[in-house]
Design a protein around this ligand. Sequence first.
Ligand code: NAP
Length: 240
Amino acid sequence: MDVRNKIVIITGASSGIGLATAKLLAKQGAKLTLVSRSKEKLVELSKEIPASFAIPADMTKSSDIKHMIEETKKHFGRIDILINNAGQGYDASIEKTNIDTIRYIFDLDVAGPLIAMQQVIPLMRNQGGGVIINISSGTALMHLPNMGVYAALKRALAIISLTAREELKKDHIAVSVVYPYMTLTDFDDNTIKDPIIETEGYEGGNRVPPDTAEYIAQKILEAIESGDSEVFAHDWMGKQ
Ligand SMILES: NC(=O)c1ccc[n+]([C@@H]2O[C@H](COP(=O)([O-])OP(=O)(O)OC[C@H]3O[C@@H](n4cnc5c(N)ncnc54)[C@H](OP(=O)(O)O)[C@@H]3O)[C@@H](O)[C@H]2O)c1
């Protein structure tokens, strides 16, 4: 889909990949609903981005997600593209993984995007189509020590997305998964950390230097424009 004049909801727009993507899509002529919990950051950002609309929402709360969709529909009259980007990491060995933290990360990284999809699907179907982009992670394709739960939840999001893609083909709704690799954002600082296992000599996650958020934003634009099912930060990631 060409993004010019399209109505886009982007979650996690206050920082990192979401912020870079919001700026890139605005430059390409899209009209944006900017979503995250930080109201002040969003209001400042919406002053910078013409025709944008800021909605503070906690993506672990279904009432906030429904409100974000309803307000966007009211404000712009339609929704063409949903980008489920808000997310948080969790580092812990399997032995020390905290079950309550799993539940929180599940709510944010899996249930939130799923609820947002469920809200936009009927709207997109009535409009004759749309695009949904879900941001997974390269870790979902690997077995990295201390990232088991985060990787499993990001893989769950990918499987949900690819299944929805098959289910929604007939409605002309293209669902795609983007897999960032290590990206220079606040992600690591924001990752919840419990005791980890020391892994001597293990280099599974350190193949190439980290990417910039702007580089991943280009990959997200590529996914929207191509409608490809899966877009990887690097080609080798799809050949794991
Ligand atoms: N950076 C990496 O190395 C990397 C690698 C693979 C995948 N990813 C994925 O890429 C996505 C973006 O991450 P990032 O690197 O840009 O991280 P980031 O800089 O920490 O940004 C995370 C964004 O999500 C928002 N957010 C967090 N919790 C939220 C909640 N409960 N409700 C609504 N918004 C929430 C944050 O805004 P507020 O705090 O204002 O709510 C922020 O805008 C995530 O899904 C992440 O899992 C990142």
